[in-house]
Design a protein around this ligand. Structure first.
Ligand SMILES: [Zn+2]
Ligand SMILES: [Zn+2]
Length: 503
């Protein structure tokens, strides 16, 4: 880049000078054109042999276009590559499935992953109930597969046993023994040509009331905002159930690449690329049989509101009712109080409407579907559909209102409103002001990951895929107009990438 061509004349007025683009703007424009990061992070790199230290700039790796367009675009391309690579694999991505028992190995692997996820969540101080539930189920599968002993003897037995009986209103599914293979069937055409189709499936939430073309309710008064936000809050858990059921019905370790994004009515839906196929009839059956029950305390009665709020008792580290001095019900006690005849607080399900199509390897459908799958990945959920009319803005407002006092997790401040002390209570909790992501306008009730990829999708981590597309990583233009953000040396992503000790 050369700036001489646009250098101001020798004598210039202030107006002339102001009319010149700033260096920063110019660098930004050039960087953007060349796909370089706009907010690189500076890291110190130590050569472990010589002790020499130098500075490197690494891209910010933001996935959001309004933070860093080039990085967001690259992240999206990377996901597209990941999706493409796994979709039509015709050999097992991880070939080391060895005897004695491949099924057991598969369950152990799932179990290990769930434990790692749980530890991660616990470390971040978030709620682990969801993963504890999953771990419980995986332990059962391990047992069913013939493994003896507990997978993690140190893990305390869950306090409560919820009924595992299926809901009466959900059809039964065949429970096949699941084989560990991850590849779909191959079909042979009459002319002898073989092909191995995969599928693109879209699952939606149920109806909360009729909506018009702009996604807003025909009758806002009867639109079920409460159900809408609860379904959004538990959408990721519902998706997990669906995958489990899909695996059971198909009898193999079905792999998926899924992305979650909002529909125009602002309810989440999920696009799923699965390897292999499932018939529409089976899919309909699985969707009807899939549900997620939320065993949280009922919140039918508002007990604290306005100025009348529970207060924190420093000495006891508990919340109490300022009027009576009585301690609030503790989280675990509130859970224990849910009896065998009580209903779950919420039952999340998918809508009966779904979309499913077969996609052949290398067809133009593949590219089109990957376009759908990655379309909104560079945006926050709330930014995918811009509210342009008053009606649309009011719809967003009502949704945000419904989310305001809805508990987002066991640690949510909103439990106080209903006279229940949240799990792991701490001072400063105010109902209606929970910091949980799910309450935020740009999250629309869904706080989970936007891309969900199964372990054996491509047999590669995102880092492996990134290494495949490494060209852009190594040499980053240094946009001098941007002050790099200083990070502690060797922490976070840089450490994982080994940048702290390379040369
Ligand atoms: Zn960037
Ligand atoms: Zn919350």
């Amino acid at each position: 880049m050369t700036m001489t061509a646009s250098r101001p004349p020798e004598r210039s007025t202030r107006a002339d000078r102001l009319a010149q683009p700033t260096t920063r703007d110019a660098v930004r424009a050039v960087a953007e054109n060349h796909g370089a990061c706009l907010r690189p992070i500076q890291l110190r790199r130590t050569n472990t042999d010589t002790g020499e230290i130098d500075q490197v700039l690494i891209p910010c790796r933001s996935t959001l276009a309004d933070v860093c367009p080039p990085c967001a675009e690259r992240a999206k391309q990377l996901r597209a590559a990941q999706c493409r690579e796994g979709w039509h694999l015709d050999t097992e991505p991880i070939a080391d499935l060895r005897p004695p028992d491949e099924v057991q190995a598969m369950w152990v692997e799932h179990r290990a992953q769930a434990q790692a996820d749980r530890d991660h969540v616990a470390q971040a101080g978030q709620d682990t109930a969801e993963l504890d539930g999953l771990i419980g189920e995986l332990d059962q599968e391990l047992k069913r597969s013939g493994l003896r002993g507990k997978a993690d003897p140190s893990r305390p037995r869950p306090r409560r046993q919820r009924s595992t009986r299926r809901r009466q209103d959900a059809p039964d599914l065949p429970k096949r023994k699941i084989s560990p293979h991850t590849i779909g069937k191959t079909y042979t055409a009459p002319d002898g040509k073989t092909f191995r189709p995969s599928m693109f499936i879209t699952l939606t939430c149920p109806s909360y009331g009729r909506v018009t073309d702009d996604g807003t309710p025909v009758d806002p008064g009867s639109y079920d905002y409460q159900r809408a936000v609860r379904d959004a809050l538990h959408f990721a858990a519902l998706f997990d159930r669906f995958i489990q059921n899909l695996r059971r019905v198909l009898g193999h370790d079905v792999q998926y690449f899924a992305t979650i994004e909002p529909q125009k009515r602002l309810a989440p839906h999920v696009h799923i690329a699965i390897r292999g196929t499932v018939s529409r009839a089976e899919l309909r059956q699985i969707i009807a049989a899939t549900y997620h029950q939320v065993w949280w305390p009922a919140i039918n009665e508002v007990r604290f509101d306005g100025d009348h709020l529970p207060v924190w008792d420093e000495a006891r580290s508990r919340y109490l009712d300022p009027a009576t001095g009585e301690l609030l019900t503790e989280w675990d006690d509130a859970l224990d109080a849910i009896g065998p005849h009580d209903d779950p607080m919420h039952v999340a399900r998918f809508g009966a409407k779904f979309d499913a199509q077969g996609v052949l390897a290398g067809s133009k459908d593949t590219g089109r579907c990957i376009g759908y799958l990655t379309k909104y990945l560079t945006k926050q959920l709330g930014d995918c559909h811009h509210a342009e009319t008053d009606t649309q803005r009011e719809h967003v407002d009502r949704l945000a209102d419904a989310l305001r006092y809805e508990p987002c997790s066991p640690t949510c401040a909103n439990w106080l409103r209903y006279g229940i002390e949240p799990k792991n209570p701490r001072p400063g909790l105010v109902p209606g002001a929970c910091k949980g992501k799910a309450h935020r306008r740009d999250h629309l009730g869904y706080a989970g990951r936007r891309v969900l990829v199964s372990r054996r999708w491509s047999g590669k981590t995102l880092a492996d895929h990134r290494a495949d597309r490494k060209a852009w990583l190594t040499d980053i233009a240094r946009p001098s107009g941007n002050r790099p953000r200083q990070l502690p040396v060797g922490t976070g992503p840089a450490r994982r990438r080994g940048l702290h000790a390379t040369s």
